[in-house]
Design a protein around this ligand. Structure first.
Ligand code: NAP
Length: 277
């Protein structure tokens, strides 16, 4: 890639790994977050709060903007500030419009709960305020006047995201009924998908406004947990229903048709690699 200026607003786990990959290909990468002391070499840190327009004065012009901020609390005001106000503030603060905006969103916007298959064409009527906030953030990106692409990630797993493993190690798993499908994507695939879409934009390929990024295998959550239990050699003695959004199955056909190849197409390959580590 010729030298591109990339701004990653909300440069956390996914943003940092993306930034490192882009920087390795010669891009100039700026990572914006409140605390920048952990950002690695190769990413120019910008310490700023997205919710404070004054703090965003002097942002550098960029070719590509990735908005990957995540709320650090379930508080609705924090949600609104992170996903809506922050995005609005960055767009207003940039000295010129980027060539493309990428916004990471979530499959939490879907309301479907009867194990339905969902894709980019499925209707979206979030049944929670958090879902509605994410939907508003998506709309803000897509009506910003800048070519924009929303990437809806399903449940991200990977290094450091150990909630499920910890539950299983404590002998807890979801019950088989009510049936609840989980949809997952490994952290490395989140990064891979964003890099892939950026490369397509760079090559002049028209991107769709929306991609659903989830692996090939929606799987009932109890099956994932039982598989992990077997790997850990623990027996399940407590069945606890999962507190998640509705049971649905995410279809990744559009993403794959765009040429993306998953590093971890299912939870088995992804967790096997994590357990090896
Ligand atoms: N976790 C999941 O399973 C999941 C599922 C679907 C979609 N997603 C989405 O995936 C994307 C990437 O998530 P991730 O795992 O990389 O999240 P992450 O590691 O928590 O990173 C988010 C970053 O946003 C920054 N941030 C939050 N509020 C900010 C503010 N007011 N001003 C400046 N920076 C702010 C945080 O840094 P500071 O605290 O230093 O500011 C943090 O580094 C997010 O859009 C998330 O919503 C996640």
């Amino acid at each position: 890639m010729r030298e591109q200026r990339v701004l990653i607003a909300g440069c956390g786990d996914i943003g940092t790994r993306l930034g490192l990959r882009l920087s390795a290909t010669g891009a100039q990468v700026f990572g914006l977050r409140r605390t920048i002391n952990q950002l690695p070499d190769g990413i120019h840190g910008i310490a700023a709060d997205l919710t404070d327009p004054a703090a965003l004065r002097g942002l550098p012009a960029c070719d590509y903007l990735f908005y990957t901020a995540a709320a650090n609390s379930t508080d609705l005001e924090v949600y609104r500030a992170t996903y809506i106000k922050g995005l609005r503030h960055v767009l207003a603060a940039l000295p010129e419009p980027p060539r493309h905006l990428f916004l990471t969103s979530s499959t939490g916007v879907y309301h479907q709960h009867e194990h339905d298959w969902v894709d980019e064409q499925s209707p979206v009527r979030p049944d929670s305020e958090r879902g509605r906030i994410l939907q508003a953030s998506e709309q803000l990106a897509l009506t910003s006047g800048i070519p924009a692409t929303v990437v809806r990630f399903s449940g991200i797993y990977g290094p450091g995201r150990t909630h499920l493993q910890r539950q299983v190690k404590a002998g807890i798993a979801a019950p088989a009924t009510p049936l609840h499908y989980s949809n997952r994507i490994h952290r490395d695939d989140c990064v891979g998908v964003l890099q892939h879409l950026l490369q397509k934009a760079e090559d002049g390929t028209a991107l769709k406004p929306l991609y659903l990024a989830s692996d090939d295998c929606p799987t009932p959550i109890h099956e994932v947990m039982e598989w992990l239990a077997e790997r850990f050699g623990v027996s399940i003695d407590t069945r606890q229903p999962v507190r998640r959004s509705g049971s649905k199955r995410c279809n990744n056909r559009r993403l794959k048709a765009s040429g993306y190849r998953f590093v971890y197409p299912d939870y088995r390959s992804g967790y096997a690699s994590l357990l090896r580590e």
